[in-house]
Design a protein around this ligand. Sequence first.
Ligand code: HEM
Length: 502
Amino acid sequence: MDVLSIPTILTITTLAIILAAACVFKGSANKGKCHPVAGTVIDQLLNFNRLHDYMIEMATKYKTYRILNLFHNEVYTSDPANVEYILTTNFPNYVKGWRHYEKLRDLLGDGIFTVDGEKWRNQRKISSYEFTTKNLREFSSAVFKISAVKLARKVSEAATSNQATDIQDLFTKSALETVFKILLGVDLDTTTEEGILFSSSFDEASGIILYRYVDVFWKVKRFLNIGSEAKMKKCIKVVDEYVYKIIKNKTEQMSKSRDDSRMIKKSDILSRLLEMKKTDPKYLRDITLSFIAAGKDSTASTLTWFFYMMCKHPLLQEKIAEEIRKATGINQNSSIDELANSITDDALDKMQYLHASLTETLRLYPAVPTDGKHCLSDDTFPDGFRVRKGDAVSYQPLAMGRMKSLWGDDAEDFRPERWFDENGCFQQESPFKFTAFQAGPRICLGKEFAYRQMKIFSAVLLGTFKFKLSDEQKRVKYRTMLTLHIDGGLHLHASLLKLNKD
Ligand code: HEM
């Protein structure tokens, strides 16, 4: 994003106002590794292209700190006691709030990610049904397997012709297709021009949304319909057209097959909402987009980082492939389909090392790197840091995952063993320390869904192929978006495994 496009004069004015505001906070010094004013939004703006790295650096210096912004201040914390306080103990005081709402609503409307109170409770209740263990077992696993086999065939084609595969792109498309199928009951083809356009417009819009958090002039730009805001408007138009079309088709399909739907209980959320006579297209659009936002990038980005880790640690890759072979009982003559069919719930439970490695990936590369709330009234965190009414308050899964104070001296290392107890069984961490899925009443609804999908995809791919980076020297960078993607994708070479060792 072009920072220089912001008029210099306005930037200088902002700086002056922010620096003046800094004086107001001088007196509120806190003890320990806290800082009442560690910087301004201009620092974030100047570091926008490396924002995630910048936020890690800041968190390494200060566990809790404040950044000054033009109209409000931002408090960042990576202290588990504070995280527990925000997400659970004093949950009612830390809401999504109007500031997130006004930034996110153009894209996500009144969906579960943007609302609080009754609106949130209602959607949480309606959506929870989709994620029951029964639903996941009976329906989702079958869809994940079909999708994983399709993915493996694409990788196989590339391997046969000795081509590199952009695995991030494949995971993103597959994740989107599975969310559509399972949660919306719609078959989506991401290879069509329309599907590609929808997906890239959604990505671009969510990148620009993040830019709103550091661009104090975004409302002016939106009003004048210029720069990033003009681009965003176009992207949202594409996204909307696509989603409204899906809703229209679904509504027609439902009314055509009314008799069938009485007999076969549909489990996708769109069908259930339509059955409940919730037919307002805007309401359906917002819920639909929330699920797309939740499921599209989160598992795809985690899987991509996981495969990156597998390439960086080939011995671990081998160990996990071995675990998959053992758990599923496949032999060297097994086909991709046979492998997928042998991934039962029991086999998934046995893939403990795979589970730990995915969790370790989420510790180092959480799909949601920073997560923000809005403080409703003056308060004091457990570490003594004073927050004020109107502060934007964020906890930081990405920075927290790398803290030596939380994970020991090897915090930066990828070491799945840290998740095992003395009996070699996977052991959960406190969700206030391992915050990748948030915690408390608004904990991620799709956690089990995500693990199931990631384990099935990984088992089919790692049970069939050996993966290598196509360019060992290339340094991987984060793309500045709401979710933690690899900039430019992840290009891998795959070779077919000889399943049983001689
Ligand atoms: C590795 C994968 C995933 C990670 C790391 C993850 C992480 C998170 C995080 C951090 C939040 C809180 C976001 C916020 O404050 O707005 C969240 C919320 C949520 N997630 Fe996930 N998520 C993942 C996958 C999924 C999937 C696949 C779905 C469903 C398709 C899903 C559904 C949701 C929903 C509905 C919420 C909103 C919960 C609420 O506000 O009550 N997630 N997730």
